[in-house]
Design a protein around this ligand. Sequence first.
Ligand code: DGJ
Length: 394
Amino acid sequence: MQEEIWMVIMKRLNLLIMLLILFIGQAEAKDVFKPYELWPDTDGLHINAHGGGVLSHGGLYYWYGEFKDRGSKANYGIACYSSKDLYNWKNCGIVLKVGSRGSEIEKGCVMERPKVIYNSKTKKFVMWFHLELKGRGYDAARTGVAISDKATGPFKYIKSYRPVAGHWPVDLDKDKRQALSKAEFAAITAGKEHWQLGKTEYLLQRDFTEGQMARDMTLFVDDDGKAYHISASEENQTLHICQLSDDYLSFTGRYSRVLIGQSNEAPAICKYKGKYYMLSSGCTGWAANEARSAMAKNILGPWKPLGNPCRGVNPHNKLGPEKTFGAQSTYILPVSGKDGAFIAMFDIWRPSNQRDSRYLWLPAIIEDGRLIVQWQDQWDLSWFDGDKSGKDSK
Ligand code: DGJ
């Protein structure tokens, strides 16, 4: 008899424990963005998808980003989360895993700023990311490409590039189209560092044969289906905007140099009413600096700098536009079904514990021909429905 009572108690206890696990494990559904705060996924764990971008496909959003450990090296790979509403994100796991020893993407390499686009002709999902080879710091300056049949992977790593080897930018004067060997470059620059050179063409000419450097990057698909790879090149002095092949897996060789010598990184691009808008940062490593914006009528340029797009102050760290609220840009997400509504995505880096880096997702609109990013302590998508008359968007 005693044994039976004991069995009933045990069963009840088990049930209680299971209910507790379910209850604690499931984070409460969210209907607001809380910039800067921990952002739990549907399992209740802080989202781990840094330097990321979002793909909208088939009625769902997919957020891809760097899955960080305490440090900044890639120990697992690229993470993906999915969402119906942009507030609540389900962990879809590591969709591009680091490779085994000897692979270009072996554990301990650097895989940063992954972006995924969908190719409607090939029906494939294509991921590009900034790749630094293991043990070489940030010297390799390469971009890697991977492919998948499904948004949630698994992505298969294909290869890495130094982009547009053997091609000159569309906007380079004919008299500057002269490749330099490493020895010629060394002789001309005579030990001076790149910022002391005055002429940035030297770096472009040095890398003509091997391919151009590619660090912080983003992707942009235009209305005609052509895709572009935008990256910090020439020792981070100049951005390159390079057209991708029709299958999005390589470069056509058509590219331009943008904001020459202005040291931009963390580029993000959106398009509104036929014009292109860019958000970027200066180059100060993990430390925040002042955001920049620019506008162009043609994606390959010329791009006109339009200054700092940020408005407001982050009360958590008291930082405003002069330090981009303590953050660095990573992507501009057009909100589905809301014309002229964008989310400017930023990272607040925590180099001492990178997986605890935070996200700032802020509303962005085009106002009087400029990109504007507005600080909000807490907000939701109805922010875009308010009266913002007299503005270009909304
Ligand atoms: C700044 C870049 O924007 C980041 O993605 C990262 O590469 C750090 N530099 C590394 O210092």
